[in-house]
Ligand binder design. Structure first.
Ligand SMILES: CC(C)(COP(=O)(O)OP(=O)(O)OC[C@H]1O[C@@H](n2cnc3c(N)ncnc32)[C@H](O)[C@@H]1OP(=O)(O)O)[C@@H](O)C(=O)NCCC(=O)NCCS
Length: 266
């Protein structure tokens, strides 16, 4: 089993190890999604409910991405029959141009309170472990270090530090979870936006998210970008919209867990 680079409880690490170990299969299987924190599907019918049921039994959680809103009740019904409930996040999306224009606008206003943080050569593992701990502290379930570093595929990690003392104050991340069979194959997913509590409400969330998104659509040539947010997370929704993404009311993304479980992430 993969062990290095994972983060969180035994159950979270087991899910991350499962996602990493099945990466190659995920890349070639129609309907599969590389969600980093756990196994995933963007098309339950194509992926197959037998496979979904086996994953849920073996791993205890799974993500359902970009599900048509009209199909969600059927997904919920089938999951309930397996003893699972799904928590849904709203989907926001933007084209490369929309995202690039909005992010350039955000980043045009210089900041002197924060500065990009990068690892010293040879210190990547320790740096990524600090990034994971920082995200978890903000209530965001981190990704394995192998994903944050770009080892598993093109990725953009943005980390900001306090300009006075270099301590970590903000993170955001983007990568490509969908495979070549997917209508979303050229879409980057962005997330893991976390701002240290004493730095919130000053525009740093928008700034760090814009850094990761801009790298995804300009440097990594994503045609579109997407992010997910709960209805209750007003700051996250506004941050996402400020970066040029718009609500897709026709789609939802969610995480299925055993009935009665605590929420997996923000
Ligand atoms: C979400 C988060 C990253 C936002 O970071 P932030 O630095 O506080 O946000 P910003 O200051 O950049 O503000 C973003 C926008 O949200 C608005 N906003 C900020 N806090 C808000 C709140 N509590 N309620 C409503 N709107 C809020 C801001 O006014 C701003 O909109 P505006 O530019 O139109 O004025 C931060 O709150 C956080 O770390 N939360 C915990 C982790 C989390 O939920 N991550 C997102 C997972 S999807």
């Amino acid at each position: 089993m993969v062990e290095g680079g994972l983060y969180g409880s035994v159950a979270q690490r087991r899910l991350q190890a499962g996602a990493l170990e099945s990466l190659e299969a995920t890349r070639r299987t129609p309907g599969a999604v590389f969600a980093a924190r756990m196994s995933g599907t963007e098309d339950p019918e194509r992926f197959g409910w037998d496979r979904i049921s086996a994953i849920l039994r073996a791993e205890g959680a799974m993500t359902f991405r970009m599900i048509a809103a009209g199909a969600c009740p059927e997904v919920e019904r089938r999951l309930a029959a397996l003893g699972f409930a799904v928590a849904w996040w709203d989907v926001f999306e933007g084209s490369r141009d929309e995202v690039a224009v909005a992010c350039d606008g955000v980043l045009a206003a210089p900041r002197n309170d924060v500065a990009p943080l990068v690892p010293f050569p040879g210190d990547e593992a320790e740096f990524l472990a600090r990034v994971q701990a920082f995200m978890a502290e903000g209530g965001v379930a981190p990704f394995p270090a192998q994903v944050l570093s770009g080892e598993t595929g093109a990725a953009a990690l943005a980390v900001l530090g306090d300009a006075r003392d270099g301590s970590m104050v903000a993170t955001a991340f983007a990568h490509f979870p969908y495979n070549r069979h997917s209508p979303h194959r050229a879409t980057a997913w962005a997330g893991l936006a976390t701002v240290r509590e004493d730095f919130r409400g000053r525009g740093i969330g928008v700034w760090v998210n814009a850094l990761a998104l801009r790298r995804a659509v300009i440097d990594l040539r994503a045609e579109r970008a997407q992010e997910f947010a709960r209805k209750s997370n007003a700051a996250s929704r506004r941050m996402i919209e400020r970066c040029g993404l718009r609500l897709r009311p026709d789609l939802l993304s969610g995480i299925a867990q055993p009935l009665g479980s605590a929420s997996f992430t923000r």
